[in-house]
Design a protein around this ligand. Structure first.
Ligand code: UD1
Length: 430
């Protein structure tokens, strides 16, 4: 397995291109199941999760074509995918495919809406808590699905067809909102989703569904009103920039010190995270091309914060923030309210010399003067990248093992950081 080696202490300077959002790309690719026409997605990031989902969709019968290299002055526009689900030939998403990535479970609703039946393995993905699917199933049942669990598979049928309905989520779920939104787009009648997640990636999918022929009101709010149709059309859609990647590199610049323009980033997608960085002592400025992040040697102020659904501080940046706070000028308190087991980076940060105490869902981080490089283990996607941030701050060499987690969600991470002056390289296993 590949490893990443970092020698800490270099400032980051220059520009760094932000890719298309993984968490929008995945549901957008799944939306191709809703139409027999071609869905073209631009600015698709080259990530392991995208490749895995492509494999799953092809198994259902989706033709996936990727445009070749173009003579484009900006090499980091992402890829262009053309997805055509002319005929769904298989409504089963098997265990061997779904267990690698939780979002692949989201094919359930669109397959059901299109074909009247679907059989999808219960999901895998990052081991960051129990991550049940009860809200997904509740949503689909409300739309008229009959659901059974059989041998580790969710078997969904809609003998009498699905119908629009009012779906009230007792808890905010990104995935369940995507699932009901996409399904409702291909059902006759009106569906109202109450307490919908408001993450920008949901808005991106909703806008794509509108291009495909659905009528959706309330995009960006917690009440989505969807007028579905029995036939959706093809469309062309550009994936929005990745706000978690943006936040991660902003935290990296804060950690290493320096001055970097994050090209293609959209400040409005992560106001809470960027305001948090400003409170910590980092300068943030919107530029015509993106967002500029500057820290010139000033102290890092400690912070007390809790993760919340959008527009709150994202759980997907919690580990990165914690890495930064290990060297703050005082004690920080971070409470994780979304996932119960999302502290697996803590023991690895402690190996680098961090002082972190866990009390249930809360981490108390006492800033230390310095971290020292060591061997650490990547445990999940966002935890892995927090170790990269810690490695940039640490004295000496940090080696991160099991980096396949990173490849699931961060495109060309070493190139992007080394392009700004970081001393980072991938050690490819024989
Ligand atoms: C998505 C994101 C992930 C992010 C998370 C929260 C993608 C591909 N993944 O994951 O990066 O960390 O949102 O912002 O977009 N829950 C239930 N029952 C359910 C579904 C969820 O109890 O049926 C719980 C989960 O255990 C968790 C909370 O709801 O405690 C939020 O999870 P959810 O928003 O669904 O996360 P994902 O969609 O899996």
């Amino acid at each position: 397995m590949d490893r990443i080696s970092i020698v800490g202490g270099s400032r980051l300077e220059g520009t760094l291109a932000i890719s298309g959002a993984k968490n929008a790309t995945l549901p957008l690719m799944i939306a191709s199941l809703l139409t027999s026409e071609r869905l073209t997605l631009k600015n698709v990031p080259n990530l392991a999760d995208v490749i895995t989902l492509g494999r799953i969709l092809r198994n259902h019968g989706v033709d996936l074509a990727v445009d070749g290299k173009r003579a484009d002055p900006s090499p980091y526009q992402g890829e262009t995918f053309h997805l055509t689900a002319r005929e769904i030939v298989d409504t089963t998403a098997p265990y061997e495919m779904v267990n690698r990535m939780r979002a692949s479970f989201w094919v359930l609703g669109p397959l059901l809406a299109r074909c009247g039946e679907a059989r999808v393995s219960m999901p895998g993905g990052c081991a960051i808590g129990t991550r049940p699917v009860d809200l997904h199933l509740m949503g689909l049942k409300t739309l008229g699905a009959e659901i059974d669990i059989d041998g580790g598979y969710v078997v969904a049928r809609a003998r009498k067809g699905l119908h629009g309905a009012r779906v009230i989520f007792p808890k905010v779920s990104v995935g369940a909102t995507h699932a009901v939104l996409m399904t409702a787009a291909l059902i006759k009648g009106e569906t109202v989703i109450e307490n919908a997640a408001r993450e920008p990636e949901i808005g991106d999918v909703a806008e794509c569904l509108v291009k495909m022929g659905a009528r959706i009101e309330g995009i960006g709010t917690s009440t989505l009103r969807i007028q579905g149709t029995d036939r959706l059309e093809g469309a062309v859609h550009t994936v929005l920039p990745d706000r978690i990647e943006t936040g991660t590199y902003a935290f990296a610049v804060a950690a290493a010190g320096g001055d970097v323009e994050l090209r293609g980033a959209r400040k409005g997608l992560l106001e809470t995270a960027l305001t948090t960085l400003e409170r910590i002592g980092v300068a943030i400025a919107e530029t015509p091309a993106g967002v500029r992040v500057t820290r010139n040697g000033g102290a890092l102020e400690p912070i007390t914060i809790e993760t919340q659904p959008f527009p709150g501080f994202p759980t997907d940046l919690q580990a990165q923030l914690m890495a930064l706070m290990t060297k703050a000028n005082g004690t920080s308190v971070i409470r994780e309210t979304i996932f119960e087991n999302r502290f697996m980076h803590v023991q690895e940060l402690v190996r680098l010399g961090a002082d972190i105490q866990l009390q249930g869902d809360t981490a108390v981080i006492k800033g230390v003067k310095s971290l020292r490089g060591a061997q650490v283990m990547a445990t999940d996607l966002r935890a892995s990248v927090s170790l990269v941030i810690a490695g940039l701050m640490a004295e000496g060499k940090t080696t991160i093992n099991r980096v396949y987690h990173l490849d699931r969600g961060f495109e060309r991470l070493e190139q992007k950081l080394s392009g700004c002056g970081a001393s980072i390289e991938r050690l490819v296993s024989g």
